[in-house]
Structure formats: structure tokens, C-alpha cells
Design a protein around this ligand. Structure first.
Ligand SMILES: Nc1nc2c(c(=O)[nH]1)N[C@H]1C(S)=C(S)[C@@H](COP(=O)(O)OP(=O)(O)OC[C@H]3O[C@@H](n4cnc5c(=O)[nH]c(N)nc54)[C@H](O)[C@@H]3O)O[C@H]1N2
Ligand SMILES: Nc1nc2c(c(=O)[nH]1)N[C@H]1C(S)=C(S)[C@@H](COP(=O)(O)OP(=O)(O)OC[C@H]3O[C@@H](n4cnc5c(=O)[nH]c(N)nc54)[C@H](O)[C@@H]3O)O[C@H]1N2
Ligand SMILES: [Mo]
Length: 837
């Protein structure tokens, strides 16, 4: 049946080339690439309409506009398809000459040699097998963290894991960069991770909250994207908030895009970076000592407040955490701290928080303390009250729609390959205990994602993590698909040392990113606009099912990750490609299957009143299907059930209550994370003695990029200063250094140095500078990053032994005016031996 249908489709496609015959005369999904006209597709940055002429992209525009807030990320399709592409499979010269002794110290500076695709496939299959046979599956690292592109099929990380699992196993990672600290501490405190969960619905906030605090968040920037594809609703709700007349308070060392959006409708409180826990403690101390806190809520819904009090009041350490004490640390006036505490106690308040302050040393503390403060206010579980850790991300709070959810490709599980033959999944080919030991061989070694450089450099070292001990494997083979870790991981110089340790590094990339430049073998892959896929929109709302129709032909012989891993499976072992592709499923076979998961659920639920047609018909229409929220989801209040009945609807913590003191954490006995929220001095901050450098650097998420994605587009012309990443610096600080707006500056510390362009303004407090993360690292020559990659300066140590999150918002730097001739920017040039596209 399947083969026949595919044959028929081929015929259909061939016939439809004939003029006069509209393609919809033929059954089957039409996968012909339109040469002239408009095409609907989608990306992290939303649902899009592309215009093509003679097979070339002319423009890309938003499919819908729900708000007046612009999203220029949506108009970069042509640049993303045509600029900085890797134009052929390539191998690093020394690796090609001798893969057994490949001079790994030359990674990033060696020459490249073009090879035939088939030869690159054979080479990777052979070397992977060699490493597995010699050093075991635990020497293969394929954690491959990254934000790649939207899509249920062309998900490079899951496809890589699928291939690595089926071919014999690999080592992966735990957690993520985004919420490394919070997602580990929150389950101890409230029994769920919170950061990726639906928030009290926006209509409820708009109706009931009197005060909204935006604590370290920049939604007008961060809501430009979503993990799937943004549904654009977040912007709409923030517009409504702006016009609502509510009191809006922004707590941030800088007046960000969000500050500018609210203008005089918001108050600005600007603490020193990384001191929010102290500020919150000062607020809690004021509320407690004036009796302005909800004793009943504390008694009925929390545990351990009594064990936290001696610390708060200074009975255990002779330091009361008073507003005066806090003021000295965070730099905010005592009266402002007290007033803020009184305002949020007296009014129904939603404490919204972003994630930057938990990507800092001791990043477990701020959100734990925020929950403690919210508990004292006693509004958790009430409409418009409590706290929310995801209103700035993927349209959190946009009500969840009733409809269908697409299926997607999965990572399968570990398979057995023996004598060049695929024998089946370990669970089937090996019985019972033996199977389990196979499965454990990889997972036992998985380590927290942000410890990657340390892990590569320290095989055999033991790491304490959330009450467990993890031993780092001896990594000798790295495969990365869909991330840019050389730019995105902290302390680039140490990371580069790490990446020069294994024998083999393989990268699938679209562009010559710094990570591609650090590989031994690169496969050029298609952009999301050169293949067909499907996505949901709005990670919490599930509002739309959107087709991602191919916009243009594949460029420069680039291949889909699906194709590359299918071909690797074929080369690796007999029978493996059948397992990988489930008997030869094509792109469209998978998409039909994923679609049917949603369509069947929708069609079975007659109450929805929606009928989803057969896949082919739906696909050929090239339009999204939109679902509606329900009365329940529009009026949904986070933790309302818990508030209603804390015994029946207990939280997932050991006590079932909010844990202000955690026995579990107490038992871990860590020196860097106590059993209750606590102020710890970060390794580097403005209040420390003997500061190693002068300014606190915050490395926020870029407004005109998604991390490093789109740094290679013309959007860069809008923000680059002196042809580098802009460094925001306070007017007074700049004057003292003799720096003017537009100057080329050198930013440096003991870890590294970068060039940046000075953006002088009062939008940032004195003593603090901001360099957005994601500028492509450009320093393989002499270590000076000429493009301004923030991570050249950041610190690569963990938040604490509890969560081991990254601390990219902690760190001090010096700034000076750059003297001498400006070196040429080479970030967007192909490396030696490779062609520029
Ligand atoms: N200093 C500092 N550093 C940070 C942060 C910070 O706040 N400050 N934030 C951290 C956070 S929260 C995150 S999430 C990380 C993000 O770090 P990453 O996810 O590594 O960053 P991206 O730039 O999104 O990298 C995605 C890469 O995938 C490629 N790609 C896109 N589509 C495809 C595809 O279909 N196939 C393949 N093979 N490749 C594809 C893109 O070209 C791009 O190079 O950065 C972290 N780093
Ligand atoms: N346009 C765009 N949107 C994105 C991304 C992107 O790269 N580009 N990345 C996405 C991803 S993967 C993630 S994880 C999220 C990240 O979302 P967040 O982590 O919330 O974003 P950040 O930009 O790091 O920081 C938000 C705000 O916190 C402030 N801040 C920094 N340090 C402190 C501090 O110590 N105290 C206080 N009070 N405030 C502080 C910053 O100045 C900034 O305005 O964004 C997502 N959205
Ligand atoms: Mo992230």
C-alpha cells in the first residue's frame, strides 16, 4: 500500500509539471516547490508568509499581527537562506590526513578540504564505530544542546539521539541553559518545575491584579520567539497591561526594551546585578517585623517558615536581614525597599519573574526567595496573585486551547549492533538485567548541560549534583547538531581547550558558525525554509497547528538532518537504516503520521465542532488550523486547587506544602546551598572586596537575534556599533573613561577580551555594562574576539552543587577605549579552504 502510494505520488508530481493541469487534480500532498507566489510557513519567530519570485525569496512577513509591537526577526528569511552557508561537506585537513592522530590542537585554525558527501558519511561511520569499539559508548558525547529550528520532524538533536541510540548508545546531558538553577530547586520548593508551566491566565491577571511586578524580565524582547513558534499573543497581553492603569514596577539594572515600551507607565527600581535575593530578604524582614504578612497562609500552606526566621531576623548569624542591610548590598534605598514590600502586601499583586537572575552564581536562591515572599503575601492561588516564572517566555499565560497536539519524531532507545549488523533494541535483543546495563551505560554518565567543558577536560572526576554523584566519562567523540556551543557556552577560551581534547568532532550546520569552524567534519544542512515540516504555535497555548511548507529548493547541495542520519545509519550497520526510518518512511510519511495524531483527537472530540480533513487536503491548503481557548482555561489560576484543599491537592514536595525549609536539601549538606533561601555573595560582584575588575557584565538575550541565530543577517546593521556588538555603558562611567558613543572599546578580564562598540546611555546604572549574548565568536587567531562574543568574558562555574546551572550573568570586566587600527572582522567569513556563499 505504502510503496504504491509513494509511486503514485512521484507520478503525480511528475505529471503536475505539465502546464495547464493544476496540481490539486491529483491525490496526495503536493510537495512541489512554488516558484512564484506566496507560501505559508513558520519558525521560532512566528507564522510567516514568504513571497518568492523565480524560485528566490523576495520577502518574509508575519502571517498575522495581533499587536503593534514589531518583530523584525520575521523578515530575515532571504538572508538566512542565502548568506554564510556551508557550501559542501568538508573535513579538516589534518583529520583527513590521519584520523588516528588528527592534531586536535589545530581545531579552529586548520585548513579545510572539500570531500564527496558519500565519503564524509563513510568516514564518520567508520570513526564512530572505532571509538565505540575502543572506548565504549560512554566516550561518545551527543548531548548536542541547542535551539535549532522549529519542526516536529527535522529536529536535529532528536534525530542525532535516534541515530546514536539505535547504533549503540551515547552520553547526553541533564537540564538546560535557560533555567538550569530554577528547574532543579523549584521541585524541592513547590513540587513542580514552574518555569515551563502554564501561568495564571492573562485575562485573570488583567481583571484581578492591581500591581504587576516585572522582576528581571524583558518580555518585549524575549517574546519575539517561542520554542515551537510564537503565537504572538504575549505581545497583545502586554499591550493590554500597559493600557490597564495598573501599577507596573520594573526591577532591572537596565531600562530594557520593556522599560521603553511601558515608558512613564512603569516605575523603575534598578538594583545591582545578582543582589535580588538580598533585596527580597529585606522586604521579607520589613513585612515580618511590622506584622504585615499572612500568618494563616504560612501556617496552612507552607512548612519551615519557623526554621527560616532565625536567619531572617539574624538570630542565627547576628545579621538581621533588614531593609537597611539589604540596601547596602543591592544599592536600593531602604525606603524604596520598604515601600515596595508594603505596596505588594496591600494590593493584589502578580510577581512576574524572568530567568536572568537564576543564571547567576547561587541562582537557586532568587526564585526560592520569591516564592517565600509570595507566601508571606498569601496570595498564591488567588486570581491575579502569587508568582509566575514564565510570562516572558513562549507566551506563558495565553490560555491553553482545546484541540489537537501534533505527534513528533522520537529518540528511540539503545540498540545493539554486532558484527556490522543491527540486532534490535537492547530491551529486545538482550534480556532483563543485561538490557538494563546497556541502557544505563550511557545514562549513568549524563551530566548537567552547563558542565560540558569541565566534563570534557576532567574524565573520571566526580561531580555533586542535587544529592547524587556523577562521574565524568572520557569523551573522545563529539557530535553536535543544532547548537552553537562555542559562542553560547561560558568562558570560550576554556571551552576551546576542551573542544581540542577529543579525537573527533562532527557538526551538522547550516552556516560557518564558530562551532562549525571547531569541527573535524561538517555536513551542510538545509534551513527550515528548504524542507517540509509541521509545528504547533504557542508552547502553552497550543493555539495553531501550522504547516511549514518548503519555500525554496535546497541550496548548495545541503541535506536535511533526517537524510544525513539515515545515510549514516545505512553506512554504520546492516538493517540500521530500516530501524531509523521505520522501514523507509519519507518526510511526508512522517508528517502525515504526526498530523493524524492531532487530527484524530480533534475529530473524536465532537464538542470542539472542528473537523480536520485528510492530511493531503489540509497540506495542500497551506494554512494553519486555529483552536480556541475554553472558559476554564481563560479563568485558570495557578495553584488554585492547592489553595482550595492542600491535603487533597497536595503539592509534589515531600510535605505536600510549599517548602521554605527543605529537609531533602538539608540532608545534602552542601556549603553552597542551604536548607532555606539565603543570601550568598557571588564569586564576582560589585560589592565584593578586592574586585578583580571594575564593571558588572550582564549578558542578556539579544533582541534582534535568537541567541547566535540571525547574527549573520542584515538585522546586524541596525544594532552593530563600530561594526561590533554594542556594549551598553552608563554616561558617567563612559565620561570617566573618555569613551564616546560609537567608539570602539576593549572589554576584558582574566578570562578573555573582546572588541565592542560603545553605546553610551542612562538606560543602565553606573557600574554595570551590558553585552548581549550571541555574537559569533571571532578570535581563533589570537584569542581577542573581534565581534564581541559575551561568553569570552563569562565564568564557567556552577550555580551550586544543587543545580549546577550556568552563571552567565555573573562576572566583572574592565572597559577601555581601543587604541590602534581596528582589526578586520572575520566572524562571517568561511575558514581557510572553504568557499563563502
Ligand atoms: N553569556 C550568556 N550565554 C548564554 C545565555 C546567556 O543568557 N548569557 N543564555 C543561554 C541560553 S538560555 C541558551 S538557551 C543557549 C542557546 O544556545 P544555542 O541553542 O547553542 O544557540 P543558537 O544560536 O540558537 O544555536 C542554534 C544553532 O543551530 C543551527 N541550526 C538551526 N537550524 C538547524 C537545523 O535544522 N539543523 C542543524 N543541524 N542546525 C540548525 C543554527 O544555525 C545555530 O547555529 O545559550 C546560553 N548562553
Ligand atoms: N529575542 C529573543 N528572545 C528570546 C531569546 C533570544 O535569544 N532572543 N532567547 C530565549 C531563551 S532560550 C530564553 S532562556 C529566554 C531568556 O529569558 P530571560 O532569562 O528572562 O532573559 P534575559 O535577557 O537574560 O534577562 C531578562 C532581564 O533580566 C535582567 N537582569 C539581568 N541580571 C539581573 C539581575 O541580577 N537582577 C535583575 N532584577 N534583573 C536582571 C536583564 O537586564 C534583562 O532585562 O528568552 C527567550 N527569548
Ligand atoms: Mo534558553
Amino acid at each position: 500500500m505504502k510503496t504504491n502510494r509513494r509511486e503514485f505520488l512521484k507520478l503525480g508530481a511528475a505529471l503536475s509539471l505539465a502546464p495547464m493541469l493544476p496540481s490539486n487534480l491529483f491525490a496526495g500532498a503536493n510537495t512541489q516547490v512554488v516558484k512564484n507566489g506566496e507560501i505559508f510557513t513558520a519558525a521560532h519567530w512566528g507564522m510567516l508568509k514568504a513571497t518568492v519570485k523565480d524560485g528566490k525569496i523576495i520577502s518574509s512577513k508575519p502571517y498575522q499581527t495581533l499587536s503593534k509591537i514589531p518583530n523584525p526577526l520575521q523578515d530575515t528569511m532571504a538572508d538566512l537562506v542565502y548568506k554564510t552557508r556551508i557550501t559542501a561537506p568538508m573535513v579538516r585537513k589534518s583529520y583527513l590526513e590521519n584520523p588516528d592522530s588528527p592534531k586536535p590542537e589545530l581545531r579552529g585554525i586548520d585548513e579545510w578540504v572539500e570531500v564527496k558527501y558519500e565519503d564524509a558519511i563513510k568516514l564518520v561511520a567508520r570513526e564512530l564505530k572505532k571509538t565505540r569499539e575502543q572506548k565504549g559508548m560512554q566516550s561518545i558525547f551527543a548531548g548536542s544542546y541547542g535551539w535549532y529550528s522549529s519542526g516536529k520532524l527535522h529536529n536535529p538533536r532528536i534525530l542525532l539521539h535516534r541515530f546514536m541510540n539505535l547504533s549503540g548508545g551515547f552520553v547526553g546531558t541533564l537540564g538546560d541553559y535557560s533555567t538550569g538553577a530554577s528547574q532543579v530547586i523549584m521541585p524541592h520548593v513547590v513540587g513542580s518545575i514552574e518555569v515551563y508551566e502554564q501561568q495564571t491566565s492573562w485575562p485573570v491577571v488583567l481583571e484581578h491584579s492591581k500591581v504587576v511586578v516585572l522582576w528581571g524580565m524583558n518580555p518585549i524582547s524575549t517574546l519575539r520567539i517561542a520554542w515551537s513558534a510564537t503565537d504572538d499573543q504575549g505581545f497583545k497581553y502586554f499591550e493590554q497591561l500597559k493600557d490597564s492603569g495598573k501599577e507596573i514596577i520594573i526591577i532591572d539594572p537596565l531600562w530594557s526594551e520593556t522599560g521603553k515600551f511601558f515608558g512613564d507607565k512603569a516605575k523603575w527600581i534598578a538594583p545591582r546585578p545578582n543582589t535580588d535575593t538580598a533585596m527580597m530578604l529585606g522586604m521579607a524582614h520589613h513585612l515580618y517585623t511590622t506584622g504585615k504578612y499572612d500568618k494563616e497562609f504560612i501556617a496552612n500552606y507552607t512548612t519551615g517558615f519557623d526554621k527560616f526566621l532565625p536567619y531572617l531576623l539574624g538570630k542565627s548569624d547576628k545579621t538581621p536581614k533588614s531593609a537597611k542591610w539589604a540596601s547596602k548590598i543591592c544599592g536600593i534605598k531602604e525606603s524604596v525597599i520598604k515601600n515596595l514590600a508594603e505596596t505588594i502586601y496591600a494590593n493584589r499583586t502578580m510577581l512576574m519573574s524572568g530567568w536572568a537572575m537564576q543564571r547567576a552564581h547561587h541562582g537557586e536562591q532568587p526564585h526560592w526567595m520569591l516564592v517565600t515572599l509570595a507566601s508571606m503575601l498569601g496570595q498564591i492561588g488567588l486570581p491575579g496573585g502569587g508568582f509566575g516564572l514564565s510570562y516572558h517566555y513562549s507566551n506563558g499565560g495565553a490560555p491553553t486551547c482545546a484541540g489537537g497536539v501534533l505527534g513528533g519524531i522520537n529518540a528511540a532507545s539503545v540498540g545493539i549492533v554486532e558484527n556490522g549488523k543491527y540486532k534490535g533494541l537492547a530491551s529486545q535483543a538482550k534480556g532483563g538485567e543485561s538490557a538494563q546495563s546497556w541502557l544505563n551505560a550511557g545514562t549513568d554518565y549524563a551530566f548537567p548541560v552547563a558542565r560540558v567543558a569541565e566534563a570534557i577536560l576532567n574524565p573520571g572526576k566526580t561531580l555533586e549534583h542535587n544529592g547524587t554523584k556523577i562521574t565524568y566519562p572520557d569523551i573522545d567523540f563529539i557530535y553536535w547538531a543544532g547548537g552553537n556551543p562555542i559562542t553560547q557556552h561560558q568562558d570560550v577560551n576554556t571551552n576551546i581547550k576542551a573542544w581540542r581534547r577529543p579525537r573527533t568532532v562532527v557538526v551538522n550546520e547550516i552556516y560557518w558558525t564558530p562551532t562549525a569552524k571547531m569541527a573535524d567534519i561538517v555536513f551542510p544542512v538545509t534551513t527550515q525554509y528548504e524542507r517540509n515540516d509541521l509545528t504547533m504555535t504557542g508552547d502553552y497555548s497550543n493555539q495553531n497547528i501550522a504547516p511549514m511548507k518548503q519555500v525554496v529548493e535546497k541550496q548548495h547541495g545541503a541535506k536535511d538532518d533526517y537524510q544525513i542520519f539515515s545515510d549514516l545509519s545505512k553506512a554504520y550497520a546492516d538493517g540500521l537504516v530500516e530501524a531509523f526510518t521505520e522501514g523507509g518512511k519519507t518526510e511526508m510519511d512522517w508528517l502525515e503520521e504526526f498530523y493524524n495524531v492531532a487530527a484524530n483527537a480533534v475529530n473524536a472530540n465532537t464538542a470542539l465542532g472542528i473537523t480536520m480533513p485528510k492530511f493531503d487536503e489540509w497540506w495542500n491548503k497551506n494554512e494553519p488550523t486555529t483552536f480556541a481557548p475554553t472558559l476554564e482555561s481563560e479563568s485558570w489560576v495557578r495553584m488554585a486547587e492547592f489553595r482550595e484543599d492542600p491535603i487533597l491537592n497536595a503539592l509534589g514536595t515531600p510535605s505536600g506544602l510549599i517548602e521554605i525549609y527543605s529537609d531533602t536539601i538539608a540532608a545534602m549538606n552542601y556549603d553552597d546551598c542551604a536548607a532555606h533561601p539565603k543570601w550568598f555573595e557571588p564569586v564576582e560582584w560589585l560589592g565584593m572586596k578586592n574586585k578583580p575588575a571594575k564593571f558588572h557584565l550582564i549578558t542578556v538575550h539579544p533582541t534582534d537575534r535568537l541567541h547566535s541565530q540571525q547574527n549573520n543577517t542584515s538585522l546586524r546593521d541596525n544594532y552593530a556599533i563600530a561594526n561590533r556588538e554594542p556594549l551598553l555603558i552608563n554616561t558617567k562611567d563612559a565620561a570617566k573613561l573618555g569613551i564616546k558613543n560609537g567608539d570602539l572599546v576593549r572589554v576584558y578580564n582574566a578570562r578573555g577580551e573582546v572588541l565592542a562598540g560603545a553605546e553610551v546611555s542612562d538606560d543602565i546604572i553606573p557600574g554595570v555594562v551590558r553585552l548581549r549574548e550571541g555574537a559569533w565568536y571571532d578570535g581563533f587567531g589570537d584569542g581577542l574576539c573581534k565581534n564581541g562574543c559575551a561568553n569570552t568574558l563569562t565564568i564557567d562555574i556552577p550555580t551550586s552543587k544543587l543545580a549546577n546551572g550556568n552563571i552567565s550573568h555573573t562576572g566583572l570586566v574592565n572597559v577601555e577605549k581601543y587604541k590602534g587600527a581596528a582589526p578586520e572582522l572575520t566572524a562571517f567569513k568561511a575558514p581557510k579552504g572553504a568557499k563563502n556563499s
